[in-house]
Write a protein that binds this ligand. Structure first.
Ligand SMILES: [Fe+2]
Ligand SMILES: [Fe+2]
Length: 228
């Protein structure tokens, strides 16, 4: 079993200008909506929100890819990073679908939210890639908080600490006797890494000084199709 890196769970980017404040305000509205809709149903919450979380990376990768083609320039590694983020978020979804089953209403919500969020985020990225990455950074700050609360539910016995699904054991290279707690720790470490990468991209686009190293990324399987 590989060790799951902990990383810094307390990172918060202080808003520096109007765009940052808009990004944070938007995130807080969505946080309140998610808290109201799901309360403490963390498995269901994870499924619905991971269907959203897997969108920005692919949008960012697509737009940067097209931009690099037009300008005939190097992408400085952004495209692969963003595509990997999208894939990683999809693996979160594929893992939690083994833990909880979405209701019919939640599936309808996913359909509607995907239409709205994909188009809105795509338009936002075209207008201000910097704000788009800042929003993702703030989303990921909230994801770290949510998975910390999920761990608390497990540790205090309100959510069962089920055996880790096989797909998760393979993807995060976990031991055969790994549990849901190990999975949530790994997912939270992924989110902390995305948080720092996206805040870093936003800061780079804003011309700010580099924000330092991103939280360590857990080891992932290379052949993720075998996991499925
Ligand atoms: Fe995620
Ligand atoms: Fe994430």
């Amino acid at each position: 079993m590989t060790d799951i890196p902990l990383g810094d769970l307390t990172v918060h980017h202080q808003p520096r200008d109007l765009r940052d404040r808009v990004a944070l305000g938007f995130t807080k509205v969505l946080r309140w909506s998610a808290d109201t809709f799901f309360a403490k149903r963390y498995g269901h919450r994870a499924i619905v929100l991971e269907t959203v979380a897997a969108v920005p990376g692919m949008v960012g990768a697509t737009i940067n890819h097209l931009k690099c083609l037009r300008r005939m320039c190097d992408d400085k590694g952004w495209i692969r990073t963003l595509m990997e983020e999208a894939e990683n978020e999809r693996m979160h979804l594929m893992t939690f679908i083994e833990v909880a089953k979405p209701t019919l209403f939640e599936r309808m919500v996913i359909l509607g939210v995907q239409w709205v969020f994909y188009l809105t985020f795509f338009a936002l990225y075209l207008v201000s890639a910097r704000t788009a990455h800042r929003i993702v950074g703030y989303f990921e700050e909230e994801a770290v908080i949510s998975y910390t609360l999920y761990l608390k539910e497990i540790d205090e016995g309100r959510s069962p600490n089920l055996p880790a699904p096989a797909i998760a054991r393979h993807y995060w290279k976990l031991a055969d006797d790994a549990t849901l707690r190990d999975v949530v720790l790994a997912v939270r470490a992924d989110e902390a890494h995305h948080r720092d990468v996206n805040h870093g991209f936003a800061s780079e686009l804003a011309g700010l000084a580099p924000t330092g190293r991103a939280a360590p990324y857990p080891a992932h399987a290379d052949d993720i199709r075998r996991a499925a």
